[in-house]
Design a protein around this ligand. Structure first.
Ligand SMILES: Nc1ncnc2c1ncn2[C@@H]1O[C@H](COP(=O)(O)OP(=O)(O)OP(=O)(O)O)[C@@H](O)[C@H]1O
Length: 532
């Protein structure tokens, strides 16, 4: 058991240049030269080719039936000639059929090689081929050049595994459940097909909706969406309180609307928004959106998006079976795309468990680490806003450039705190789970779970703020005696993503995990603040 945490940042030293490098790289293997031509094979595999098979079979059956009564035909001799030519036709048909089958098999084989290479698992009928490269988007799907230009401008050379598979699925008009690790580019995976399908701005009202569980994430997604749409004239709007209050909301020019469920459902209730023409609905961090507190709002949004040909998709790094089951009740013939194993942490995060003994022990260990070696940016998660404020006071007292984000702050204050951390003005950000999901802070070197996470999903999302877009990261989870019964659940996640876990932890009993948020002693030790 590790008792001290001074080594937490061992081997690392602060180097601002190191994290100023914002261009992310995904390490993906080069495509092999011998791969089958996907562009042509994609076009070959379509329901029409299956129809050919069926109709030829039917024709053969019909022929068999007519041949059976042939002997009774008065025009027997002439019929015989006809039968011979029919036989020729059948041979020709069979030839075509076997060629067609070969092509289909080749294509399926190539798809499966590519999927294996990128750890892509799909279920569903007739799933579109994965992308070999971004170039497939223009050659197969007629993608406009502005989008590819934007990918290049953002430094995206190759699609990530989730992008390789989810984009063609959505472009082929299928609904989709997608589960891929944190920081693996899910945003682009749902935004780009949306932009491609919508083609150009229109005055017809809202045509696409993206729902995100928090305001911060909705704001971030809006920014990403605008970056990807640059060069096209789309109207992309974040639904803010101000926008809801504005009298013009009903006449709003908006192609893509991004919102939290609460905002959107309240705008729907006030009859300020018509969503009946929405063609695309994305539920990002879908398992969070399907939690009890939000399900009513989601329901009202889903109902308001009443266009029968709507395409819905669900994206998350964690997708429990129960959510999938619930979601299936509203989806039609959805394709399921899983990258790697479902509900696992990003493999690019090196995870450690640190026994801190008591609450006091945690603060001591943290302080020691800050004094010795620190490699910012560092993100620290605690279990409540009160504790976030307490830890903030402690670290501020130590003259650490620290920020804190909690739900008591106004929208602008929250935005400022996040921006300061992004810009490197603050090196440490203390937060509750409010920013654990989806937030893309580039180059977070270390996530510290100061308070033990309350679920395995919370753990996966928290530590996923580090090790994004192919970078490596570190995650340290403090635990006290109170947390020991829940260690095994986190240890399982760690082991599944290839991290070493002490065998005594793996031997602990597995508990059914209800939200674990024990009452903890106050963090405060500074006398003045503690007495306030
Ligand atoms: N093809 C690509 N190549 C390189 N970087 C990419 C690519 N696609 C996206 N990125 C970058 O990867 C980072 C993570 O992307 P994104 O925020 O969409 O991850 P995510 O899978 O949604 O993560 P989370 O589950 O935490 O929400 C972003 O900085 C994004 O700009």
């Amino acid at each position: 058991m590790e008792k001290a945490a001074s080594f937490l940042f061992a081997g690392t030293s602060f180097n601002k240049k190191k994290y100023a490098d914002e261009i992310a790289r995904f390490k993906e293997k080069k495509e092999t030269e011998n791969e089958v031509d996907y562009l042509s094979s994609f076009e070959r595999v379509n329901p029409a080719s299956e129809e050919v098979t069926v109709s030829t079979k039917k024709r053969k059956r019909k022929q068999a039936a007519s041949e059976a009564v042939e002997g009774f035909n008065v025009f027997k001799s002439s019929k015989k000639a006809l039968v011979i030519s029919e036989e020729n036709k059948t041979d020709e048909g069979e030839d075509n059929l076997s060629k067609e089958k070969k092509k289909i098999n080749l294509k399926l084989e190539a798809d499966s090689i590519l999927r294996k290479q990128y750890n892509i698992h799909v279920s569903g009928n007739n799933v579109a081929s994965p992308l070999k490269s971004f170039a497939d988007l223009s050659s197969v799907y007629g993608c406009e050049s502005y989008l590819l230009h934007n990918f290049a401008k953002l430094g995206f050379k190759e699609p990530t595994p989730i992008q390789r598979q989810a984009i063609p699925v959505l472009l082929s008009g299928r609904e989709c459940f997608a589960c891929a690790p944190t920081g693996s580019g899910k945003t682009l995976a749902f935004v780009s097909p949306m932009l491609m399908k919508l083609k150009h701005a229109s005055t017809e009202g809202v045509r696409a909706v993206i729902l995100c569980p928090t305001r911060e994430l909705a704001a971030q997604t809006t920014r990403e969406c605008k970056k990807l749409a640059e060069g096209n004239n789309f109207y992309i709007k974040l639904l803010t309180k101000k926008l809801i209050r504005s009298a013009h909301l009903t006449k709003l020019r908006c192609d893509i609307l991004i919102s939290t469920p609460l905002r959107l459902s309240s705008a729907i209730k006030k009859r300020k928004l018509d969503l009946s023409r929405v063609e695309y609905l994305v539920l990002d961090e879908s398992d969070k959106l399907f939690e009890l507190g939000l399900i009513k709002q989601i329901d009202s949004v889903v109902k308001a998006c009443s266009n029968p040909s709507i395409i819905r998709s669900l994206f998350s790094a964690t997708l429990p079976d129960s959510v999938e089951e619930l979601a299936r009740t509203i989806m039609h013939d959805a394709v399921r795309v899983i990258i790697g194993r479902k509900n696992t942490a990003s493999e690019s995060v090196n995870q450690k468990l640190v026994f801190a003994g008591t609450e006091e022990g945690k603060l001591l260990a943290l302080r020691q680490s800050f004094q010795e070696r620190l490699n910012p940016p560092v993100l620290i998660f605690v279990q409540s806003k009160e504790r976030a404020k307490e830890l903030y006071e402690e670290l501020k007292f130590d003259n650490i450039r620290v920020g804190v984000i909690d739900s008591d702050l106004s929208e602008t204050q929250r935005e400022n705190v996040v921006n300061d951390f992004r810009a490197g003005k603050t090196w440490v950000l203390i937060a509750t789970d409010v920013i654990a999901r989806g937030m893309d802070f580039k180059g977070v070197n270390c996530v510290i779970n100061y308070d033990f996470p309350d679920s395995a999903a919370a753990y996966i999302h928290r530590i996923g703020r580090s090790g994004r877009a192919g970078r490596t990261g570190e995650a340290i989870t403090f635990y006290t005696e109170d947390d020991v019964p829940f260690l095994r659940n986190i240890a399982n996640v760690m082991a599944a993503s290839g991290c070493e876990v002490p065998s005594w932890i793996m031997a602990l009993r597995k508990l059914r995990w209800k939200k674990h948020r024990p009452k903890r002693e106050s963090i405060l030790t500074i006398p003045d603040v503690a007495e306030e």
